[in-house]
Design a protein around this ligand. Structure first.
Ligand SMILES: *Cc1c(COP(=O)(O)O)cnc(C)c1O
Length: 396
């Protein structure tokens, strides 16, 4: 069997190990130190956001953002349905109610019109009365506010969401925005970086992301007090005292100085990684653009995607019956990994009973969409193997 081609494997540059060695040489083997400071500074420079806390994961960053926004049991948090579960799980850690909003077709991200419908339903009290909730609404904690406590849009696969429209709705109702940019480091709209639009931005450096620290994340905000508070909560909420003293519940969410060293090295190659991922998209586009029934997600005017993952939509009505799944299985047979577009949260057993405002878009994307191998280390030989399978299955 030929070596496996992965969907999105880690891809180290030349300097990561030197930063890690430096952590060893100076004995900064701790969740603080020069690499953490340096990585935070690199991220602030890249995103244009003033304050950054490097954390143990993107999930931890979302959890802290929601805590800082005072999300309480029973509160509503509006969340994009088409995402990875880590966007929505922290809402449930806090006992709040996720209200899922569907996507629009131009970016595959949160539909601003459906967002406004969801807010209207929350404020008018229509949500607590609906029977879909997992427990009878009479048993739910009374929300501290009917106005949602936060709006959580996602830049899926690196494509920026329609942030101008989403921010306009958020401003109209004065609801804070937590921007899930886990997949979108380096993406932007007219030069404004993903992660810099919301009251909070979050990033992930999990092993499959465009750059990685093996595991890690970051919380971004221009509000210095909020990031200071995040650092406090992320280091067990220790009050200033010679003994261990705590007035609040804390978390162990800081990034290790060893791992931040990997991050500093990876930041030196971020622009190359973006160029390599975008070249993958162009490769698939050139290969498949004339195949009936295969379509892509183009960038809207002024939008720049890091093309973290390249994906196609497969319409069996136009491919002569060939489905997304047929392509996936044919690739798997050749030891090539691909994956259906993320199954939306409103279809997940664990979230199915929560409110959902549909456009029909994410259901179709899940049915027809396939993420193709998108690693920045994809070689010409890998591409030839992939092209061979795709050409054979699609008979081009
Ligand atoms: C990866 C990811 C996360 C979670 O990040 P971790 O660092 O793995 O906790 C959150 N949201 C989205 C959209 C992601 O892709």
């Amino acid at each position: 069997m030929r070596p496996r081609i992965y969907l999105s494997p880690p891809h180290m540059g030349n300097t990561e190990q030197a930063f890690v060695n430096d952590a060893f040489a100076t004995n900064w083997i701790a969740p603080l130190g020069p690499n953490v400071d340096g990585f935070e500074a690199d991220l602030a420079k890249q995103t244009g956001v003033k304050h950054v806390a490097a954390l143990s994961s993107g999930t931890a960053a979302i959890h802290l953002a929601l805590i800082l926004l005072d999300v309480q049991p029973g509160d509503y948090v509006i969340c994009q349905s088409l995402t990875f579960s880590a966007s929505a799980n922290p809402i449930r850690y806090l006992g709040a109610t996720p209200v899922f909003v569907d996507s629009e077709p131009e970016t595959w991200n949160m539909c601003p019109l459906s967002l406004e419908k969801a807010i209207a339903a929350c404020t008018s009290g229509k949500i607590t009365s609906i029977s879909q909730l997992p427990v009878p609404s009479s048993q739910l904690p009374t929300p501290s506010s009917r106005l949602p406590k936060a709006i959580l849009p996602v830049h899926l696969y690196g494509m920026p969401a329609k942030m101008d429209e989403i921010l306009a709705v958020a401003a109209k109702y004065n609801i804070p925005v937590v921007e899930d940019a886990a997949e979108a480091l380096g993406s932007h709209i007219k030069g404004k970086q993903c992660g810099s639009f919301g009251d909070f931005g979050i990033l992930s450096f999990n092993g499959n992301k465009i750059i990685t620290t093996s595991g890690g994340g970051a919380l971004l905000s221009n509000n210095e007090a909020m990031i200071q508070k995040a650092r406090f909560l992320a280091t067990q909420a220790r009050d200033p005292a010679p003994h261990y003293q705590h007035s609040e519940i804390g978390y162990n969410y800081r990034m290790s100085n060893v791992l931040a060293g990997i991050g500093r090295g990876q930041m030196q190659v971020l622009s190359q990684r973006i160029a390599q991922r975008r070249a993958n998209y162009d490769f698939y586009m050139d290969l498949l653009k004339d195949v009936p029934g295969i379509s892509f997600l183009p960038e809207p005017d002024g939008f720049f995607s890091n093309r973290w993952l390249s994906s196609i939509l497969v319409d069996p009505a136009q491919t002569g019956g060939i489905t997304r799944e047929a392509i996936r299985l044919a690739m798997e047979k050749e030891n090539i990994e691909s994956r259906p577009i993320w199954k939306p949260m409103h279809q997940q057993p664990v979230f199915a009973s929560f409110p959902f405002f549909s456009t029909g878009v994410s259901d179709k994307l899940f049915q027809q969409g396939l993420c193709l191998p998108s690693g920045s280390s994809l070689t010409p030989t890998d591409r030839e193997r992939i092209a061979k399978v795709l050409r054979r299955v699609l008979e081009t």
